[in-house]
Ligand binder design. Structure first.
Ligand SMILES: Cc1ncc(COP(=O)(O)O)c(C=O)c1O
Length: 390
């Protein structure tokens, strides 16, 4: 099917990815396709690893520092040393839980149906320390302005016993936006930590650490950061400056650059959040891929990616609403990630079959179809989806 050009600042970037012809991959919230540049960086990294005499001590540090710099630019964090290299969201949140100042009777606030890594961490902390886990329920989706009511409930849940509020910017299942600036203000009034899971937003939606002022921002890299699996990045604010890492590794100690001196054991860590890096963080294949991915996101920019996704899906969402599907109001949902709620009469098994027949890849999450486009998509993809939903 020939596609109409998307009217946006950026043109479709399909040629920079390696997806097969005829596939309509609208599932970046599941896993981003690897861009050609990211794949090439991985292959080059693997080749370098085959010849270890070419890997010098500086290589253990420079690539990591580059990645910290690129990510700090993306989220407008002034000090790259506030960025830690982590393998997963669960790891980055375990660091937060390890250092959260919470005592018996305090509470942790989350919203309903968050991604499990941002739930189990808090369930365990609550069990270990005698805390209450407050889960803010989602209003029914037939209400007009569901997200407005959900945000209001969220704000009302924070009180002076709240130790941590741990939230995403967009809900991973349906793209509902949470007003993190407002929640951050309330969290500061309550002396609570604001902890953000940016996995489903950072890279595709602008995020400014200096405006939101989170205490921690944790992101897996394999979705909207376009990076490889098993990598992630986390910003930790001053509340964690004297924190204890969940593991002790050599490279996070001060002076680790001097390989000949490593057995002069040191008590001090590297500055700021570098102490929270995962062991063997200097992965010679994955970090070059992550750097290449972040460079692409910075080249394209999150606002332009968001605008592209908006332009690409405007007709789709209008038409679907006319056909009786429910989609959150535009200003209260991500344009790069949103849920289409199907009517009760729709046979979801049959729908899944139709999508498969037409090679449309989206995710079915509960009663919602999660659509998550990126710059590799064009209007042929949204037209085929629309046809499958007819
Ligand atoms: C919102 C969100 N957070 C985190 C993750 C991944 O968590 P982890 O890195 O702990 O596997 C996902 C994966 O789908 C997600 O959607």
């Amino acid at each position: 099917m020939s596609s109409r050009p998307v009217k946006a600042m950026l043109a479709c970037q399909q040629s920079r990815f390696a997806l097969p012809d005829g596939l309509h991959y609208l599932n970046c919230a599941y896993m981003a396709p690897l861009a050609l540049a990211v794949r090439a960086a991985g292959i080059e990294g693997l080749d370098r690893r085959a010849t270890p005499h070419l890997i010098g001590p500086a290589d253990f540090f420079e690539e990591s520092d580059l990645v910290r710099c690129l990510f700090s630019r993306l989220v407008n964090a002034p000090d790259p040393n506030r960025i830690a290299i982590i393998p997963s969201v669960s790891y980055g949140l375990a660091t937060v839980a390890r250092n959260a100042p919470a005592d018996r009777g305090d509470n942790i606030v989350i919203v309903e149906e968050q991604f499990p890594s941002n739930v189990y961490t808090w369930r365990r902390l609550c069990a270990e320390r005698g805390l209450e886990l407050k889960v803010v329920p989602a209003p029914v989706y037939t209400d007009a302005g569901r997200a407005v009511a959900w945000n209001a409930r969220l704000l009302a849940a924070l009180d002076h016993r709240t130790a941590v509020v741990a939230l995403p910017r967009v809900h991973w299942a349906d793209g509902t936006l949470f007003d993190l600036e407002r929640v951050g203000e309330r969290a500061r009034e309550c002396d609570a930590l604001l902890v953000v899971d940016g996995t489903q937003s950072v890279g595709a939606l602008p995020f400014d650490v200096q405006r939101v002022r989170p205490d921690a921002l944790v992101c897996a890299a394999y979705k909207w950061l376009l990076g490889p699996y098993s990598t992630g990045l986390a910003y930790y604010g001053p509340a964690f400056d004297h924190g204890t890492p969940i593991e002790e590794n050599w490279i996070t100690r001060s002076g680790s650059e001097a390989f000949a001196e490593l057995v002069r054991y040191r008590d001090e860590y590297q500055p700021a959040a570098v102490r929270f890096d995962v062991g063997e963080r200097s992965n010679f294949t994955l970090l070059p891929m992550l750097a290449a991915a972040l460079e692409l996101v910075l080249e394209w920019t999150a606002p332009a990616i968001q605008e592209y996704c908006s332009a690409l899906t405007t007709d789709l969402t209008h038409t679907l609403r006319e056909r009786g599907y429910w989609i959150e109001e535009d200003r209260w949902r991500g344009k790069h990630l949103f849920g289409i709620r199907v009517r009760d009469s729709v046979d979801t098994a049959r729908l899944a079959e139709r999508l498969k027949e037409r090679q449309v890849v989206v995710s079915l999450r509960g009663d919602a179809i999660r659509v998550a486009p990126h710059l590799h998509n064009d209007s042929a993809d949204t037209e085929v989806l629309l046809d499958a939903l007819d």
